[in-house]
Design a protein around this ligand. Structure first.
Ligand SMILES: [Mg+2]
Length: 200
């Protein structure tokens, strides 16, 4: 980098529910798990998937574990339309794409979780420079965060970090800035001016 070049703006990009259609794939797996027809499971699901009959944290974790270890959730979810195209455009324009995901939540399953993730990213042509497996996303140090989980959006914003909420049925109660599509994400990132979002 030459000295006159500005450092890149870092975009911290969540995977599940932002780049990958986590809830679409989980819905299919939940229909197997519960042995119920797919069309009985609403597409409008909330964060804990209670609409599908998930009754609490233990059951959520069991279903999630089944999905990841037995159905290769991280490798088999579909890409959310626009992720490839707009991340590539942003990357080409000099933004630094930093994937931040909390996927290492199953002990002793890390090799497979990481492998499923990197294979998915490569096979979908998602450009990125950094890949962070982190629960505490604020510690990663991005300029702009893109996130769908309601508690993560809230936590990041409480720390004064500019966070675009990627809209889905789990975060209807979260305020703007919200993006309903990758096209909107692109416009919001392009409009971002650091001086307007300085942490004090
Ligand atoms: Mg997410």
């Amino acid at each position: 980098m030459s000295s006159i070049e500005k450092p890149s703006t870092v975009i911290g990009v969540d995977l599940d529910g932002v780049c990958g259609d986590f809830y679409g794939r989980m819905r299919e797996i939940a229909s197997e798990w519960f042995e119920c027809p797919l069309d009985q499971l609403s597409r409008e699901v909330s964060y804990g998937m209670t609409e599908w009959g998930v009754t609490g944290t233990n059951q959520y974790e069991s279903l999630h574990r089944f999905a990841v270890t037995q159905r290769e959730l991280f490798k088999t979810m579909r890409m959310i339309p626009g992720a490839r195209k707009y991340l590539r455009m942003l990357s080409d324009e000099g933004y630094r794409i930093r994937i931040i995901t909390h996927r290492l939540f199953i002990h002793y399953f890390h090799a497979s979780a990481v492998q499923q993730t990197v294979e998915w990213l490569d096979s979908h042509g998602i450009p990125y420079w950094d890949l962070c497996f982190m629960k505490e996303k604020a510690q990663v140090g991005a300029d702009i965060y893109l996130e769908d989980a309601p508690h993560n959006v809230t936590q990041l914003r409480e720390r004064g970090l500019y966070t675009i909420c990627f809209a889905n049925s789990t975060n209807l109660h979260i305020s703007s800035p919200r993006a309903a599509s990758w096209n909107e994400v692109y416009d919001m990132v392009r409009d971002y001016r650091p001086q307007d979002h300085r942490v004090t």
